[in-house]
Structure formats: C-alpha cells, structure tokens
Ligand binder design. Sequence first.
Ligand code: FAD
Length: 598
Amino acid sequence: MPSSSKVVLYWHRTDLRLHDSPALHAALALNPSTFIPVWTWDPHYVYRSRVGPNRWRFLLECQSDLSKSYKKLNAKQKLWVVREAPQTVLPKLWEAWGGNAFSDTDSYARARDEEVLQLAEKAGVEVIVKMGRNLFDPDELAAKNGGKATMSMSQVEKAAEKINSGQPEKPLDAPQSIPDPWDWEKMKLDNIKQDGVEAEPDLNADHRTSKDKQYTAIMGPKNDFGVPTLEEIGIQASTVTTPHRGGETEALKLLSTSIKNEEYIGHFEKPKTSPADFEPQSTTLLSPHHHFGTLSVRKVWWDVQEVLQKRKAEKKPTSSIPTNLPGQLLFRDMYFAAQAAVGPAFSTTYGNPVVRLVDWHLQSKNLADGGSDVDTETGDRDYSVDSADAEEWFIRWKEGRTGFPWIDALMRQLRQEGWIHHLGRHSVACFLTRGGCYVSWERGAEVFEELLIDHETACNIGNWMWLSCTAFFSQFYRCYSPIAFGKKWDPEGHFVRKYCPELAQFDKKFIYEPWKAPIADQKKWGCRVTGDRTGSSEGQTYPKPMFDFDQRRQICLDSMKNAYDVGLHGADEEVMTGSWREKFDVDEKPPKRQKTEK
Ligand SMILES: Cc1cc2nc3c(=O)[nH]c(=O)nc-3n(C[C@H](O)[C@H](O)[C@H](O)COP(=O)(O)OP(=O)(O)OC[C@H]3O[C@@H](n4cnc5c(N)ncnc54)[C@H](O)[C@@H]3O)c2cc1C
C-alpha cells in the first residue's frame, strides 16, 4: 500500500514492546509516511517516584531492546528518547513535526495524561489512545461492576463476563515493517529549547553517587535521542545487583520457556508454589515485564489457554481460576480496576473509601494530623514517629536485620534482586503490619516501590491492603509465623543460607531460630547471635530477634480486633478531620479465634 503523507508521533509509555500493542497497531494502520516512536524521559518519574538502581537498569534494558527491534525493522529507526516532561515537550514536537499522536494508556498518571490530551486538542492534533496494559480496560471493568471498585475475584469475573463473555481480546502480531522517521538532522531541533527541570525534591538522591546529567540536553548528551545510561542518571553500575534482565526479547524467551513446560502450566496453582525456591524460582517471574509492558498480558493469557485447552481435550488434570495462571492475571486486573474506580486516593489511607483505618504506628502525616499533605500523583508523604521502638523495627525490617532469618532473607533478596515470590511478600508484609510490628502498610508499600523491579502502583497498594487486612481480605486472625512458615517450605533452610550467608553453617534445627543455638555451637558455626548487626558488629554476627514474636502477635491481634470494632474507613469524616483517634481509646478485648499460618 502506498504511504499517506501522515506524520505519526507514537508515545511509548508502559508498552515497551512491538508485539500485541493495540495503539501501535492503530498508528501503523494509518499507513504514515513518517513515524516517530518517542519516550519522554519524564522528570516526574525520575525525581518523584522511588526507583532503585535495579529498576533503573531494567528500564534502560527495556528501552535499548525496543530501540534495537525498531532498527531491525528499519535501519533508520530507533526509540527516540526526549529528555523533558511530556506536558511540555510533546506540544513542542507537534509544532515542529505536526501530525497525529498515539499512546497506550492506563490509570497511572491519569491527571498528566488528561493534561496532554487537552494540549493536543488545543494544538489541533488528533490523538488516539488505546488500552494495551490489561486483559480488560480497567475503567470498563469498574463500570461493569456498577462503577464500584472491584474488591473480589468473583466481582471481577462477573464484570468481565459482561464485557466479552469473560474473554480478553486476542493478541495482535508485531509489525513486519516500520516507516521512516523524520529527517531529524534537517529539522533544526536545536531550536527546540528545553524547559527548566525541577529536580527537587529528588526521592532517589541517595542512589545517585555521581553527577546527575539527565537533563543537560533535550536530545541527550550525544544529541542523538539515545537511550540514557546509568552514568547519565548518576547511578554506579556496581550498585545494580539484580540478575533479572529487561526487554521484550528476554520477556518472550521467559514466556516461551514456561509455555513449553506443559505440565508446569497445567498444574500451576499459586498457593502450591514455594516462596523459598530460587534459581529457578517457582513462579514465572513475568511481573517486571508486565510492568514495563515488554510482555502483553493478553498474549500470556491466550498462550496459557492454548495449553490448558489442549490438556482438557486430552482429559489431563488442569488447575483453574483463581489459583492458575489466568487467575493471577485476573488478580492483576482486579487491582487496576479498583484503582480506576477510586482514583488517586487509592494509594493512601487518607481519603480512600475502600480501605479500613487501623491505628498503626508510623502513620502518614496526613492521617496523624487530619489534613492532606500528600502529593496524590507520587503518593509522597511524610510520616509521624509515634514510637521509637516501631521506627527501629521498621528500619531493621527494611534492612533485613530483624533477627528472624526467614524475614531477613526475604528482605535481602528484595534489596539484591528486586523480586521476591508472592508468598514471601505475604510473609514480610504481614510481619511489618498486623503480624508483628503493627506499622502502617503505607511504609511497607514505599519500600517495595523503591526496591521492586516489578513495582506497579495498583498491584503494590492493593496487595499491601490485602496483607494488612485493610481491604480485599479480612481474616486478620490468620497470621504468618516468621519461623514455622519458612520451615514448612524449606526445612533445610537453603533459602536462608543463601541470603543470610552468616548463618550458612548453622544446623537446620536452629536455622529459623538461631538465637536458640548453644553459644559453643554458634562459635563452631562461625557466627554469634548478638547485637543488631549495625556497623562494626556486622561481620560474624547475626542479630537477636528484635522482639518476642508471640507477644507481638497477640498485641497485633487484639489491636486489629479493636480496629475492626471501630469500623472506620479512609474517607470517613473522622479520618479526614483527624478526630479518629478518640474512637480508639477503648478497652481491648482478645479476638475469639486466632490461627497462625504454618
Ligand atoms: C505486599 C505485596 C506487594 C506486591 N507488589 C506488587 C507489585 O508492585 N507489582 C506486581 O506486579 N505485583 C505485586 N505483587 C503481586 C505478586 O506478588 C507478584 O505479581 C508476583 O509475585 C510476581 O511474580 P510472577 O511474575 O512470578 O507471578 P506469577 O505467579 O507467575 O503470576 C503471573 C502474573 O500474574 C500477575 N500476578 C500474580 N499475582 C498477582 C497479585 N497477587 N496481584 C497482582 N498481580 C498478580 C503478575 O503480573 C504476574 O507476573 C505484590 C504482592 C504483595 C503480597
């Protein structure tokens, strides 16, 4: 087909792939003569989202891989990375190049997107937005749920049934060819001046060990719109410790390895996968690819369905929703649709109608003070230190030195690798909140935001609410033991030995409770259980447990029972005005039932 004279600017955001991209498909269907796939290196993400070195590298790998894929289809093409906020740079590009604009979308950064849309309309630019991030459009799913947040799998299934009989659209193929970009050397792009970039506050300042050079020029330091480097971001490559690699090529390889293992796909049941498995892990590890859009969730759904349907036809056993792989993807959609219905307040307690108020320690300042000081787009907030003990427990949890090896091994795996198994996330989240420290889930979610390579606001926030029994799940009397739960999955303690190497020589009898080992044995095994593993005490020591777990569990259970009796939610008047505390000044009664997960 001869090409039209259309210029198309394609704005890549959370869709760093060529396969199954509805927006890319629609853009190329116009048969443009000029096609410019851009990524806006947005200062908002760079400075106001918490991102650790592992996730930075993952993102850069995703961009480089996409850029190479474009080049393979057209030697003149690449991913054009523009260093400026989309709200200011896109209008300049429209003006310089003219043309249409396309974009993938989701509920993330909705306010920013609306601003961009209005600017485009003003500039007379046609904008086409297509959803390619979920199985079902989150807005539509919420609408089919009566406009309400989807709070359970059965609500999701019922709502999805009304969209396309519960079946996501089939995935689209990757394009076979890509039109030329504009002749950018002739475009006098030097005339496009960069808007000032507000680098403060920089939530990632602690990770920058060298000079931040991200915004020295709109086209990048080589004036070629190249993918940034870690050095440009001010991050030393040696601080990247994850073995997990980004990019569509890697994502498709990972998926294909799982799909080829028909028994694995056929029998996959999430609660039966081990949180202690590593190299290889027991679940697919596709989540970072879903986050950056290097892998389409619809492709995963349909590739898995093909295996399941074949097995069913052969009368072989197959697992089913919600524990099988399609069920996991539906959980993801549940959180996206809940977020779409609630809006920006979804990521906090303050102002959020679906989340229960609990009188946690280390509450966000707005809750503690009864006034909103939250930047709703970043969720950035300060917190109130109401207990020195709780602050210390939080820091020790974050740094993997609680004195409970199962918890510490998981937190160290999170810091080193940026990914932990779902049940590992359950363990550490329960321990920080209702099953140990009684610290606000919002503190834990912030740490996950920084350290996870798969950090996805809707999923992170939704799951933290689930684990803290503030929304989605309410059985707070079911609590994870930091000792028995790890022992059940890994009686030999391989996982603890890997991530807490100071305990590597301990007998399995003491691997989950090293403080019980006789001193003579501790010396023999080369590690004393003493102190809190700060500063000079590090080396050959492992900390004593930071509290008596059984005692803390009882305090948490009693307090949760009380919070449930009080029955307040984040958007209630008492929460908005700060008078909620008066309701918590009541005698505590022990809960009727309690159960510790083994
Ligand atoms: C406290 C806490 C925080 C979490 N934060 C995130 C987060 O920021 N980003 C994120 O993607 N997941 C998050 N999860 C959900 C879940 O732990 C991960 O999606 C999963 O462990 C990723 O590993 P996998 O790809 O091997 O999953 P698999 O079990 O192989 O599942 C396949 C896919 O289904 C989706 N999925 C599976 N379980 C869930 C779930 N419970 N919620 C949402 N999606 C799910 C993921 O996209 C995943 O890649 C969190 C869970 C908890 C308990």
